[in-house]
Design a protein around this ligand. Structure first.
Ligand SMILES: [Fe+2]
Length: 274
């Protein structure tokens, strides 16, 4: 099912009068902020490929934080623009790119996933399937390429299957942090984005690692009670018992193909490359 992206119009009381020569009318601006989109499936519907608890925290904590911080930065930007505060306008750009990118990327990511019962994991058919064979040789070759590049990405980021609309060809790209695919080229359209941030497949345990402290996930967003966590060999990190990946990004990438929603990717491809 499709994920709904909701754009909320927020009236922030930005109405003002301008008494300028030739511009004496009342202008009213509305600042458009974003809100967390709903998923088209339940958090547990992607198991065992992706843990339901990982999905819940990823969506309600991580994505929500990007939305909150993006909206906050927009409001600060609006005030700075109104005051003509160029220094603050410039200073806000990195926060807008990071948090806005996080919102854009995750909104795509949720749509790129689907429960197996709804077709998740079924290889692409139609024109996208043909295009993948043409550009990569086979679907399996594409999967290997994305897994390889995603695993090799230093630090946090994303691995993408994109359409280069100008060159009319498919490309595999990686982006760092929360940079959207368009930062690699203005003509690139994301068909499939896979989140290779650690928070997509395991959780950082920021507190006491002792047995008595088990069951709590301490994050920037507060303390969250969790179940079935186990200490890993890596200090500072825990895993869910029902998550079999043992902190290894390649295992996560290998398994995520079981819940990829190729119907969505094909729809975007056919719309952008008729
Ligand atoms: Fe993420």
């Amino acid at each position: 099912m499709a994920l709904r992206t909701i754009i909320v119009n927020r009236k922030l009381g930005l109405g003002f009068k301008r008494n300028l020569v030739g511009f004496n009318n009342q202008a009213r601006r509305e600042l458009q902020t974003c809100s967390l989109p709903d998923l088209g499936y339940d958090y547990g519907d992607l198991e065992p490929a992706i843990s339901g608890e990982i999905m819940k925290i990823h969506h309600t904590k991580h994505h929500q934080t990007y939305v909150t911080n993006y909206n906050k930065a927009l409001e600060q930007l609006d005030h700075a623009v109104t005051k003509g505060d160029a220094s603050t306008v410039v200073k806000l750009q990195s926060a807008i790119k990071f948090n806005g990118g996080g919102h854009v990327n995750h909104s795509i990511f949720w749509k790129n996933l689907s429960p197996v019962s709804e077709g998740g994991g079924e290889p692409p058919h139609g024109s996208l399937g043909w295009a993948i064979d043409t550009h990569f040789g086979s679907f399996e070759t594409l999967v290997q390429k994305m897994n390889s590049e995603g695993a090799a990405l230093q630090g946090s980021g994303w691995v993408w299957l994109g359409l280069d609309k100008d060159a009319k060809k498919l490309v595999v790209e990686t982006t760092a942090n929360q940079d959207p695919l368009v930062t690699k080229g203005a003509s690139l359209v994301p068909l499939l984005g896979i989140d290779v941030w650690e928070h997509a497949y395991y959780l950082q345990f920021c507190g006491d690692h002792s047995e008595s402290a088990m069951g709590y996930y301490l994050s920037d967003h507060g303390t969250i009670l969790l179940k079935d966590m186990v200490v890993t060999g890596r200090p500072g990190f825990v895993l869910f018992k029902n998550l079999q990946y043992k902190n290894v990004r390649p295992d996560y990438l290998k398994n995520i193909w079981k819940v990829i929603n190729w119907k969505y990717s094909n729809e975007v491809y056919e719309k952008e490359c008729p």
